[in-house]
Write a protein that binds this ligand. Structure first.
Ligand SMILES: [Zn+2]
Length: 145
């Protein structure tokens, strides 16, 4: 499932506070429209209603394509300073630590999730997804011949 939360953020330019919807994960298999939103730069993008400042929010984002088994994690560079975040989110060898809550059904195939591709900018996240989609296209076409 895709998940989001509504948070009050402060504009980095004019300090005005406003509520914004922050996506923590997007599951493009269950919510295909979220992929469109991502590609058009509408996910975790902030536009200040006071001064017009705009830019991506520094919030980690998980991209999950269950069909193609593609998982990409965006880690804002600021989060590399956060020991707690790193320990909770990753293993020492850079795999994703799976945090399963009691009420979550066990995930059958988590291999691709654990080996998520890690990126450090939203632009790179989008580029990587485009790259994987192209690979799928090219190899599917080759198979049909
Ligand atoms: Zn502002």
């Amino acid at each position: 499932m895709s998940s989001h939360e509504r948070l009050e953020v402060e504009c980095p330019s004019c300090r005005a506070k406003q509520d914004i919807l922050i996506w923590k994960s997007i599951n493009v298999t269950r919510d295909p429209e979220m992929k469109e939103q991502l590609f058009t730069g509408k996910v975790n993008y902030f536009t200040c209603s006071t001064c017009g400042f705009e830019g991506f929010i520094s919030a980690p984002l998980v991209y999950d394509d269950m069909d193609k088994k593609i998982c990409v994690n965006y880690v804002p560079v600021e989060y590399l300073e956060d020991d707690g975040y790193l320990q909770d989110s990753f293993t020492s060898d850079g795999l994703v630590r799976l945090v399963l809550h009691k009420d979550t059904a066990p995930i059958a195939d988590t291999g691709y999730f654990r080996h998520a591709h890690i990126v450090f900018s939203m632009a790179e996240l989008i580029r990587y997804v485009l790259f994987r989609d192209r690979l799928t296209q090219v190899f599917d076409a080759a198979q049909e011949q």
